[in-house]
Design a protein around this ligand. Structure first.
Ligand code: PFF
Length: 483
Protein backbone atom coordinates (compact mmCIF):
# COMPACT_ATOMS: atom_id res chain seq x y z
CA UNK A 1 0.00 0.00 0.00
CA UNK A 2 1.56 3.32 -0.96
CA UNK A 3 0.43 6.33 1.02
CA UNK A 4 0.44 9.84 -0.38
CA UNK A 5 3.32 11.78 1.12
CA UNK A 6 2.32 14.55 3.50
CA UNK A 7 3.59 18.07 2.92
CA UNK A 8 3.94 21.03 5.26
CA UNK A 9 0.88 23.20 4.93
CA UNK A 10 2.91 26.35 4.60
CA UNK A 11 6.45 27.55 4.27
CA UNK A 12 6.18 29.20 7.71
CA UNK A 13 5.03 25.91 9.21
CA UNK A 14 8.09 24.19 7.82
CA UNK A 15 10.45 26.92 9.01
CA UNK A 16 8.96 26.81 12.49
CA UNK A 17 9.21 23.02 12.64
CA UNK A 18 12.84 22.94 11.47
CA UNK A 19 13.74 25.85 13.75
CA UNK A 20 11.95 23.94 16.50
CA UNK A 21 14.27 21.03 15.90
CA UNK A 22 17.34 23.25 15.91
CA UNK A 23 16.40 25.36 18.93
CA UNK A 24 16.65 23.12 21.96
CA UNK A 25 18.57 22.32 25.10
CA UNK A 26 21.72 22.79 23.01
CA UNK A 27 20.94 26.52 22.78
CA UNK A 28 19.72 27.02 26.33
CA UNK A 29 21.83 24.56 28.26
CA UNK A 30 25.00 23.68 26.33
CA UNK A 31 25.87 26.86 24.43
CA UNK A 32 25.86 29.29 27.38
CA UNK A 33 27.98 26.83 29.32
CA UNK A 34 30.64 26.18 26.68
CA UNK A 35 30.79 29.88 25.81
CA UNK A 36 31.40 30.66 29.47
CA UNK A 37 34.09 28.01 29.71
CA UNK A 38 35.76 29.35 26.57
CA UNK A 39 35.82 32.95 27.81
CA UNK A 40 33.12 34.42 25.58
CA UNK A 41 33.96 36.96 22.83
CA UNK A 42 36.44 35.24 20.56
CA UNK A 43 34.67 31.88 20.92
CA UNK A 44 31.36 33.49 19.99
CA UNK A 45 32.97 35.07 16.95
CA UNK A 46 34.33 31.71 15.77
CA UNK A 47 30.91 30.15 16.34
CA UNK A 48 29.29 32.94 14.35
CA UNK A 49 31.66 32.15 11.46
CA UNK A 50 31.10 28.37 11.63
CA UNK A 51 27.33 28.77 11.43
CA UNK A 52 26.99 30.46 8.00
CA UNK A 53 30.17 29.03 6.51
CA UNK A 54 29.71 25.38 7.43
CA UNK A 55 26.39 24.82 9.18
CA UNK A 56 24.20 26.61 6.63
CA UNK A 57 25.52 24.82 3.52
CA UNK A 58 25.23 21.42 5.21
CA UNK A 59 21.66 22.17 6.20
CA UNK A 60 20.91 23.12 2.59
CA UNK A 61 22.54 19.86 1.44
CA UNK A 62 20.26 17.84 3.73
CA UNK A 63 17.19 19.70 2.45
CA UNK A 64 18.24 19.05 -1.17
CA UNK A 65 18.47 15.29 -0.55
CA UNK A 66 15.13 15.13 1.26
CA UNK A 67 13.15 17.39 -1.00
CA UNK A 68 14.41 15.90 -4.25
CA UNK A 69 13.61 12.31 -3.30
CA UNK A 70 10.55 13.07 -1.13
CA UNK A 71 11.80 10.27 1.08
CA UNK A 72 13.27 9.99 4.55
CA UNK A 73 17.01 9.48 4.98
CA UNK A 74 17.55 5.76 4.41
CA UNK A 75 15.42 5.36 1.26
CA UNK A 76 16.55 8.80 0.03
CA UNK A 77 20.23 7.90 0.19
CA UNK A 78 19.51 4.45 -1.26
CA UNK A 79 17.82 6.06 -4.24
CA UNK A 80 20.39 8.78 -4.88
CA UNK A 81 23.35 6.53 -4.13
CA UNK A 82 22.21 3.79 -6.52
CA UNK A 83 23.64 5.42 -9.63
CA UNK A 84 26.86 6.72 -8.17
CA UNK A 85 30.10 5.57 -6.59
CA UNK A 86 29.45 3.47 -3.48
CA UNK A 87 25.97 2.47 -4.63
CA UNK A 88 23.32 1.97 -2.01
CA UNK A 89 25.98 1.80 0.73
CA UNK A 90 25.25 5.48 1.28
CA UNK A 91 22.13 4.38 3.09
CA UNK A 92 24.38 3.47 6.03
CA UNK A 93 24.66 7.21 6.64
CA UNK A 94 20.88 7.34 7.00
CA UNK A 95 20.94 4.44 9.44
CA UNK A 96 23.64 6.07 11.53
CA UNK A 97 21.50 9.22 11.61
CA UNK A 98 18.45 7.31 12.77
CA UNK A 99 20.43 5.59 15.52
CA UNK A 100 21.96 8.90 16.61
CA UNK A 101 18.49 10.48 16.72
CA UNK A 102 17.11 7.67 18.89
CA UNK A 103 20.07 7.93 21.25
CA UNK A 104 19.84 11.72 21.59
CA UNK A 105 16.11 11.47 22.18
CA UNK A 106 16.64 8.96 24.97
CA UNK A 107 18.69 11.40 27.02
CA UNK A 108 17.01 14.65 25.96
CA UNK A 109 13.83 13.14 27.46
CA UNK A 110 15.67 12.88 30.77
CA UNK A 111 16.99 16.46 30.68
CA UNK A 112 13.55 17.70 29.62
CA UNK A 113 12.11 15.71 32.54
CA UNK A 114 14.27 17.84 34.86
CA UNK A 115 12.82 20.98 33.28
CA UNK A 116 9.30 19.60 33.81
CA UNK A 117 10.16 18.88 37.45
CA UNK A 118 11.53 22.38 37.99
CA UNK A 119 8.57 23.94 36.24
CA UNK A 120 6.23 22.09 38.62
CA UNK A 121 8.40 23.12 41.57
CA UNK A 122 8.44 26.79 40.49
CA UNK A 123 4.68 26.90 39.97
CA UNK A 124 4.31 25.46 43.44
CA UNK A 125 6.70 28.07 44.91
CA UNK A 126 4.91 30.86 43.06
CA UNK A 127 1.52 29.77 44.33
CA UNK A 128 2.22 28.63 47.87
CA UNK A 129 5.37 30.54 48.79
CA UNK A 130 9.06 29.87 48.45
CA UNK A 131 10.95 27.57 50.79
CA UNK A 132 14.70 27.32 50.22
CA UNK A 133 15.65 23.84 48.98
CA UNK A 134 18.31 21.82 50.75
CA UNK A 135 21.92 22.09 49.55
CA UNK A 136 21.81 18.85 47.56
CA UNK A 137 18.16 18.95 46.46
CA UNK A 138 18.91 18.43 42.78
CA UNK A 139 21.39 15.61 43.47
CA UNK A 140 18.75 13.89 45.57
CA UNK A 141 16.27 14.30 42.77
CA UNK A 142 18.72 12.71 40.30
CA UNK A 143 19.11 9.71 42.57
CA UNK A 144 15.34 9.39 42.96
CA UNK A 145 14.81 7.03 40.07
CA UNK A 146 11.05 6.71 40.29
CA UNK A 147 10.48 10.47 40.25
CA UNK A 148 12.75 10.80 37.24
CA UNK A 149 10.80 8.10 35.43
CA UNK A 150 7.57 9.96 36.00
CA UNK A 151 8.86 13.23 34.53
CA UNK A 152 10.75 11.64 31.62
CA UNK A 153 7.71 9.49 30.85
CA UNK A 154 5.37 12.48 30.88
CA UNK A 155 7.64 14.27 28.42
CA UNK A 156 8.14 11.24 26.15
CA UNK A 157 4.40 10.59 26.06
CA UNK A 158 3.76 14.18 24.92
CA UNK A 159 6.30 13.67 22.12
CA UNK A 160 4.67 10.42 21.03
CA UNK A 161 1.17 11.90 20.99
CA UNK A 162 2.25 14.83 18.79
CA UNK A 163 4.24 12.74 16.31
CA UNK A 164 1.41 10.21 16.12
CA UNK A 165 -0.90 12.90 14.78
CA UNK A 166 1.22 13.33 11.68
CA UNK A 167 3.25 15.93 9.87
CA UNK A 168 0.63 18.65 9.50
CA UNK A 169 -1.81 18.01 12.35
CA UNK A 170 0.85 16.98 14.84
CA UNK A 171 4.32 18.35 14.13
CA UNK A 172 3.45 21.52 12.23
CA UNK A 173 0.56 22.44 14.50
CA UNK A 174 2.54 21.85 17.71
CA UNK A 175 5.43 23.97 16.45
CA UNK A 176 3.06 26.76 15.48
CA UNK A 177 2.26 27.04 19.17
CA UNK A 178 5.59 26.08 20.74
CA UNK A 179 7.89 28.28 18.68
CA UNK A 180 6.06 31.62 18.87
CA UNK A 181 5.52 30.88 22.58
CA UNK A 182 9.22 30.27 22.97
CA UNK A 183 10.18 33.48 21.18
CA UNK A 184 7.81 35.59 23.26
CA UNK A 185 9.16 34.09 26.49
CA UNK A 186 12.77 34.53 25.50
CA UNK A 187 12.22 38.15 24.44
CA UNK A 188 10.47 38.81 27.74
CA UNK A 189 13.44 37.39 29.63
CA UNK A 190 15.91 39.37 27.50
CA UNK A 191 13.97 42.58 28.25
CA UNK A 192 14.19 41.73 31.93
CA UNK A 193 17.93 41.06 31.61
CA UNK A 194 18.44 44.51 30.08
CA UNK A 195 17.26 46.03 33.36
CA UNK A 196 19.78 44.08 35.45
CA UNK A 197 23.05 45.60 36.68
CA UNK A 198 25.12 42.86 35.07
CA UNK A 199 23.69 43.37 31.55
CA UNK A 200 26.49 45.64 30.26
CA UNK A 201 29.19 43.30 31.46
CA UNK A 202 27.35 40.34 29.95
CA UNK A 203 27.30 42.01 26.53
CA UNK A 204 30.99 42.88 26.82
CA UNK A 205 31.84 39.30 27.74
CA UNK A 206 29.86 37.96 24.78
CA UNK A 207 30.86 40.33 22.01
CA UNK A 208 34.27 41.67 22.90
CA UNK A 209 36.70 39.19 21.34
CA UNK A 210 39.88 38.52 23.28
CA UNK A 211 41.90 36.18 21.12
CA UNK A 212 44.52 35.54 23.77
CA UNK A 213 41.79 33.79 25.76
CA UNK A 214 41.02 31.39 22.89
CA UNK A 215 42.37 27.84 22.90
CA UNK A 216 42.83 25.68 19.77
CA UNK A 217 40.29 23.28 21.17
CA UNK A 218 37.72 26.10 21.30
CA UNK A 219 37.61 26.34 17.51
CA UNK A 220 36.80 22.66 17.26
CA UNK A 221 34.26 22.92 20.00
CA UNK A 222 32.53 25.76 18.15
CA UNK A 223 32.29 23.62 15.03
CA UNK A 224 31.15 20.54 16.92
CA UNK A 225 28.47 22.53 18.68
CA UNK A 226 27.27 24.10 15.43
CA UNK A 227 26.40 20.57 14.27
CA UNK A 228 24.51 19.67 17.38
CA UNK A 229 22.74 22.99 17.57
CA UNK A 230 21.52 22.93 13.99
CA UNK A 231 20.46 19.25 14.26
CA UNK A 232 22.82 18.31 11.43
CA UNK A 233 24.40 14.98 10.58
CA UNK A 234 21.55 12.82 11.80
CA UNK A 235 19.11 12.86 8.92
CA UNK A 236 16.60 15.15 10.59
CA UNK A 237 16.80 17.85 7.99
CA UNK A 238 16.65 15.23 5.22
CA UNK A 239 13.42 13.92 6.71
CA UNK A 240 11.90 17.38 7.26
CA UNK A 241 13.03 18.39 3.76
CA UNK A 242 11.16 15.40 2.33
CA UNK A 243 7.85 17.02 3.34
CA UNK A 244 8.78 20.24 1.55
CA UNK A 245 6.94 21.36 -1.56
CA UNK A 246 8.83 22.19 -4.74
CA UNK A 247 7.69 25.80 -4.59
CA UNK A 248 9.54 26.60 -1.35
CA UNK A 249 13.00 28.14 -1.47
CA UNK A 250 15.61 26.01 0.33
CA UNK A 251 18.27 28.75 0.75
CA UNK A 252 15.73 31.21 2.17
CA UNK A 253 14.28 28.70 4.63
CA UNK A 254 17.71 27.46 5.75
CA UNK A 255 18.97 31.01 6.30
CA UNK A 256 15.99 31.90 8.49
CA UNK A 257 16.27 28.67 10.50
CA UNK A 258 19.97 29.15 11.10
CA UNK A 259 19.39 32.81 12.04
CA UNK A 260 16.66 31.95 14.56
CA UNK A 261 18.80 29.23 16.14
CA UNK A 262 21.71 31.62 16.58
CA UNK A 263 19.48 34.36 17.93
CA UNK A 264 18.08 32.05 20.62
CA UNK A 265 21.56 30.81 21.60
CA UNK A 266 22.84 34.37 22.02
CA UNK A 267 19.70 35.47 23.88
CA UNK A 268 20.10 32.58 26.32
CA UNK A 269 23.64 33.79 27.02
CA UNK A 270 22.48 37.37 27.53
CA UNK A 271 19.86 36.22 30.05
CA UNK A 272 22.12 33.88 32.01
CA UNK A 273 25.22 36.07 31.99
CA UNK A 274 23.26 39.15 33.06
CA UNK A 275 22.25 37.17 36.14
CA UNK A 276 25.79 35.88 36.66
CA UNK A 277 27.37 39.32 36.44
CA UNK A 278 24.71 40.80 38.70
CA UNK A 279 25.42 38.19 41.37
CA UNK A 280 29.16 37.51 40.91
CA UNK A 281 29.28 35.28 43.96
CA UNK A 282 27.50 32.69 41.81
CA UNK A 283 30.12 32.53 39.10
CA UNK A 284 32.11 29.77 40.72
CA UNK A 285 29.10 27.44 40.54
CA UNK A 286 29.15 27.55 36.74
CA UNK A 287 32.48 25.85 36.43
CA UNK A 288 31.04 22.71 37.95
CA UNK A 289 28.60 21.95 35.17
CA UNK A 290 25.99 23.36 32.84
CA UNK A 291 23.40 21.31 34.67
CA UNK A 292 24.39 22.88 37.96
CA UNK A 293 23.90 26.37 36.59
CA UNK A 294 20.52 25.70 35.11
CA UNK A 295 18.96 23.44 37.67
CA UNK A 296 20.67 24.25 40.97
CA UNK A 297 21.88 27.84 40.94
CA UNK A 298 19.07 29.58 39.09
CA UNK A 299 15.84 28.40 40.77
CA UNK A 300 16.48 29.77 44.28
CA UNK A 301 17.87 32.91 42.72
CA UNK A 302 14.63 33.73 40.96
CA UNK A 303 12.78 33.64 44.25
CA UNK A 304 15.32 34.86 46.78
CA UNK A 305 17.00 37.68 44.88
CA UNK A 306 15.05 38.82 41.84
CA UNK A 307 11.92 40.89 41.89
CA UNK A 308 9.45 39.30 39.51
CA UNK A 309 10.97 35.87 40.09
CA UNK A 310 7.54 34.47 40.86
CA UNK A 311 6.72 34.89 37.18
CA UNK A 312 10.21 34.51 35.73
CA UNK A 313 10.86 31.14 37.38
CA UNK A 314 7.99 29.20 35.82
CA UNK A 315 8.46 30.98 32.47
CA UNK A 316 12.12 30.05 32.35
CA UNK A 317 11.48 26.33 32.83
CA UNK A 318 8.47 26.34 30.53
CA UNK A 319 10.77 27.79 27.90
CA UNK A 320 13.21 24.92 28.31
CA UNK A 321 10.35 22.41 28.10
CA UNK A 322 9.05 23.95 24.88
CA UNK A 323 12.50 23.99 23.31
CA UNK A 324 13.17 20.37 24.28
CA UNK A 325 9.77 19.23 23.06
CA UNK A 326 10.10 20.72 19.58
CA UNK A 327 13.52 19.04 19.24
CA UNK A 328 12.30 15.68 20.50
CA UNK A 329 9.44 15.73 18.04
CA UNK A 330 11.96 15.96 15.19
CA UNK A 331 14.12 13.21 16.66
CA UNK A 332 11.22 10.80 16.99
CA UNK A 333 9.97 11.71 13.52
CA UNK A 334 13.25 10.52 11.99
CA UNK A 335 12.75 7.05 13.42
CA UNK A 336 9.03 7.01 12.64
CA UNK A 337 9.55 8.14 9.04
CA UNK A 338 12.01 5.29 8.53
CA UNK A 339 9.54 2.71 9.79
CA UNK A 340 6.81 4.15 7.57
CA UNK A 341 8.91 4.60 4.39
CA UNK A 342 11.08 1.56 4.63
CA UNK A 343 8.93 -0.99 6.47
CA UNK A 344 5.43 0.25 5.53
CA UNK A 345 4.28 0.68 9.14
CA UNK A 346 1.20 2.79 9.79
CA UNK A 347 2.07 6.08 11.55
CA UNK A 348 0.40 5.02 14.78
CA UNK A 349 2.23 1.71 14.91
CA UNK A 350 5.54 3.30 13.92
CA UNK A 351 5.23 5.94 16.64
CA UNK A 352 4.30 3.49 19.37
CA UNK A 353 7.06 1.04 18.45
CA UNK A 354 9.80 3.67 18.19
CA UNK A 355 8.55 5.54 21.26
CA UNK A 356 8.72 2.32 23.29
CA UNK A 357 12.19 1.38 22.03
CA UNK A 358 13.57 4.83 22.80
CA UNK A 359 11.97 4.81 26.23
CA UNK A 360 13.81 1.59 27.08
CA UNK A 361 17.05 3.50 26.49
CA UNK A 362 15.67 6.37 28.58
CA UNK A 363 15.11 3.95 31.45
CA UNK A 364 18.76 2.91 31.27
CA UNK A 365 19.85 6.56 31.24
CA UNK A 366 17.73 7.31 34.31
CA UNK A 367 19.13 4.31 36.15
CA UNK A 368 22.67 5.39 35.34
CA UNK A 369 22.13 8.70 37.16
CA UNK A 370 21.74 6.91 40.46
CA UNK A 371 25.27 6.50 41.89
CA UNK A 372 24.12 3.31 43.61
CA UNK A 373 23.30 1.68 40.26
CA UNK A 374 25.92 -0.28 38.32
CA UNK A 375 25.05 1.61 35.12
CA UNK A 376 26.55 4.75 36.65
CA UNK A 377 29.94 3.05 36.28
CA UNK A 378 29.24 1.60 32.81
CA UNK A 379 32.12 1.50 30.33
CA UNK A 380 31.61 -0.11 26.93
CA UNK A 381 34.76 -2.21 27.06
CA UNK A 382 34.56 -3.14 30.71
CA UNK A 383 35.99 -1.52 33.81
CA UNK A 384 39.39 -3.19 33.71
CA UNK A 385 42.00 -0.48 34.35
CA UNK A 386 44.64 -1.94 32.05
CA UNK A 387 45.19 -3.76 28.78
CA UNK A 388 43.53 -3.56 25.39
CA UNK A 389 39.98 -2.93 26.60
CA UNK A 390 41.15 -0.04 28.73
CA UNK A 391 42.84 1.43 25.64
CA UNK A 392 39.61 1.03 23.65
CA UNK A 393 37.62 2.78 26.36
CA UNK A 394 40.14 5.60 26.17
CA UNK A 395 40.00 5.80 22.38
CA UNK A 396 36.25 5.73 21.99
CA UNK A 397 35.05 7.36 25.17
CA UNK A 398 38.09 8.86 26.89
CA UNK A 399 37.39 6.26 29.54
CA UNK A 400 34.19 8.00 30.67
CA UNK A 401 32.05 6.02 33.04
CA UNK A 402 28.27 6.05 33.17
CA UNK A 403 25.67 5.20 30.56
CA UNK A 404 24.50 8.82 30.12
CA UNK A 405 28.06 10.06 29.45
CA UNK A 406 28.68 7.14 27.15
CA UNK A 407 25.69 7.98 24.94
CA UNK A 408 26.40 11.73 24.88
CA UNK A 409 30.03 11.10 24.01
CA UNK A 410 29.23 8.55 21.31
CA UNK A 411 26.85 10.92 19.55
CA UNK A 412 28.67 14.24 19.86
CA UNK A 413 32.16 12.95 19.12
CA UNK A 414 31.56 10.17 16.64
CA UNK A 415 28.14 9.86 15.08
CA UNK A 416 27.39 13.51 14.29
CA UNK A 417 30.74 14.33 12.66
CA UNK A 418 30.57 11.02 10.76
CA UNK A 419 27.06 11.78 9.47
CA UNK A 420 27.99 15.36 8.58
CA UNK A 421 31.15 14.31 6.76
CA UNK A 422 29.34 11.72 4.66
CA UNK A 423 26.57 14.17 3.74
CA UNK A 424 29.08 16.79 2.58
CA UNK A 425 31.12 14.26 0.59
CA UNK A 426 28.02 12.78 -0.98
CA UNK A 427 26.51 16.12 -1.96
CA UNK A 428 29.78 17.71 -3.03
CA UNK A 429 31.36 14.89 -4.98
CA UNK A 430 28.69 12.40 -6.01
CA UNK A 431 25.34 14.11 -6.26
CA UNK A 432 24.40 15.42 -9.69
CA UNK A 433 25.45 19.07 -9.95
CA UNK A 434 22.44 20.04 -12.05
CA UNK A 435 20.09 18.54 -9.47
CA UNK A 436 21.68 20.67 -6.74
CA UNK A 437 21.48 23.87 -8.78
CA UNK A 438 17.80 23.26 -9.51
CA UNK A 439 16.86 22.36 -5.94
CA UNK A 440 18.61 25.45 -4.61
CA UNK A 441 17.17 27.65 -7.35
CA UNK A 442 20.58 29.20 -7.92
CA UNK A 443 20.04 29.66 -11.67
CA UNK A 444 20.77 32.96 -13.39
CA UNK A 445 18.79 34.53 -16.24
CA UNK A 446 21.22 32.99 -18.69
CA UNK A 447 20.34 29.54 -17.37
CA UNK A 448 23.79 29.11 -15.78
CA UNK A 449 24.50 28.52 -12.04
CA UNK A 450 24.84 31.76 -10.08
CA UNK A 451 27.89 32.76 -8.07
CA UNK A 452 26.04 31.65 -4.92
CA UNK A 453 26.20 28.12 -6.21
CA UNK A 454 29.96 28.34 -6.68
CA UNK A 455 30.27 29.40 -3.04
CA UNK A 456 28.03 26.56 -1.91
CA UNK A 457 29.99 24.05 -3.93
CA UNK A 458 33.41 25.15 -2.74
CA UNK A 459 32.27 24.85 0.85
CA UNK A 460 30.49 21.54 0.48
CA UNK A 461 33.31 19.93 -1.55
CA UNK A 462 36.37 21.24 0.26
CA UNK A 463 35.98 23.47 3.28
CA UNK A 464 33.29 21.59 5.21
CA UNK A 465 34.71 18.06 4.72
CA UNK A 466 38.23 19.19 5.60
CA UNK A 467 36.99 20.95 8.72
CA UNK A 468 35.00 17.89 9.82
CA UNK A 469 37.90 15.55 9.08
CA UNK A 470 40.04 17.70 11.30
CA UNK A 471 37.42 17.47 14.03
CA UNK A 472 37.39 13.67 13.73
CA UNK A 473 41.17 13.60 13.74
CA UNK A 474 41.29 15.48 17.01
CA UNK A 475 38.68 13.19 18.50
CA UNK A 476 40.78 10.17 17.54
CA UNK A 477 43.99 11.64 18.89
CA UNK A 478 42.23 12.72 22.05
CA UNK A 479 42.93 16.43 21.58
CA UNK A 480 39.23 17.28 21.66
CA UNK A 481 36.12 16.11 23.45
CA UNK A 482 32.75 17.58 22.57
CA UNK A 483 30.75 16.55 25.58
N1 PFF B 1 19.45 20.95 17.96
C1 PFF B 1 18.96 20.63 19.26
C2 PFF B 1 19.55 21.55 20.27
O1 PFF B 1 20.34 22.41 19.95
O2 PFF B 1 19.20 21.37 21.42
C3 PFF B 1 19.28 19.27 19.74
C4 PFF B 1 19.14 18.30 18.71
C5 PFF B 1 17.91 18.05 18.18
C6 PFF B 1 20.26 17.69 18.27
C7 PFF B 1 17.81 17.21 17.18
C8 PFF B 1 20.18 16.84 17.28
C9 PFF B 1 18.94 16.63 16.74
F1 PFF B 1 18.85 15.79 15.76
Amino acid sequence: MTQQRSHWKSSTGFILAAAGSAVGVGNLWKFPYITWENNGGAFVLIYLLCIPLIGLPIMMAEFIIGRHTQKSAVPALTQLGATTFGGDRWKIVGWVGVIAAAVILSYIAVIAGWAVALFVQCVDWSLTGYTAPSENAFGDFLANTSLQFVFAFFFSAATVVIVCKGVVDGIERANRILMPGLFVMIMFLVCYAVTMDGFGEAIGFLFNPRFDALSDQAILEALGHAFFSLSLGMSIMITYGSYLKRSDSIPRAATIIVGLDTLVALSACVIMYSILFTFPELQSSVSKSATGMLFTTLPPLFYAKMSGGVILGPIFYLLIMFAALSSSISLLEVVVALLIDRFSFSRTRATLVSGTLVFILTVLVVLSLDPANGLSRFQLFGTDESGLFYQLNQLFFRGKAGFFNFLDHLVANWLLPFGGLCITLFTGWFLDKKLCVEELGFIGQDGKPQIWFTGFRVIIRFIAPLAIMYVLYTVITGAADFT
